[in-house]
Ligand binder design. Sequence first.
Ligand code: FPP
Length: 263
Amino acid sequence: MFSFSKKDQATGEVTERQLDDANIPAHVAIIMDGNGRWAQQRHLPRIAGHKQGMNTVKTVAKAASHLGVKVLTLYAFSTENWKRPTAEVNYLMKLPVDFFGTFVPDLIKNNIRVKVMGYTDQLPAATQKAVKDAIADTAECTGMVLNFALNYGGRAEIVTAVQTLAQQVQAGTLDPAAIDDAAIDQQLMTSDLGELRDPDLLIRTSGEERLSNFMLWQVAYSEFVFTQQHWPDFDQTALEEAIYEYQQRHRRYGGLASEPEKK
Ligand code: FPP
């Protein structure tokens, strides 16, 4: 059992809560939203929100690893984020360079392995190098996988998978009737995560309640938790609170509540 204290922001009332350490979600995915609004509230430029958001990534990665999460997937840059002003895109592309440049020793100390999913060949050379180096430097780590979705889009991922399968059918190496869930899983950018490929818990910060093209196939049976905090304000307690909420849910995978639950 993990204990944590939750403080009600309005009343100041503190509630002691306990997490069941046998029911920690193995794969947690987060849509990190609200960096811009966090900055705006402080009369700061949007990029100040992204910088603070990067610090939150460090805090939350360590917290998730300590709680026993096996995969933490973070939506850092979508295939649609290129539409933002050039200065903001350039800053977002520099963030992985800063992040890995300062945080890789801590990741190694925490036995955290870096993975990246997305169309990384379209990223600037310096970003690609930072990512490749971080993956290589943490390759021996056997603990949590910190999976960054960078230039990632759920629909693009499915389109690429369908194209690959179609090519195999055309080449005569794949029978269309043999295309099942597993065949599609194998073509997605999460295939190397094996049994951990699908998020158990999806968190979105900052009050928006939509998927924004994130892991469309993989979240079929995920539990969704939406929080009000902007991402730069998210912290260990907020993560514990989201996991607490997850632990109150009953996952049925399309079956009935009375049936034994699939774990
Ligand atoms: C959404 O907030 C956030 C992003 C598009 C960028 C997320 C990136 C980080 C949190 C930093 C990532 C760190 C690394 C190491 C890559 P928004 O800008 O859409 O906020 P808004 O909706 O309030 O405008």
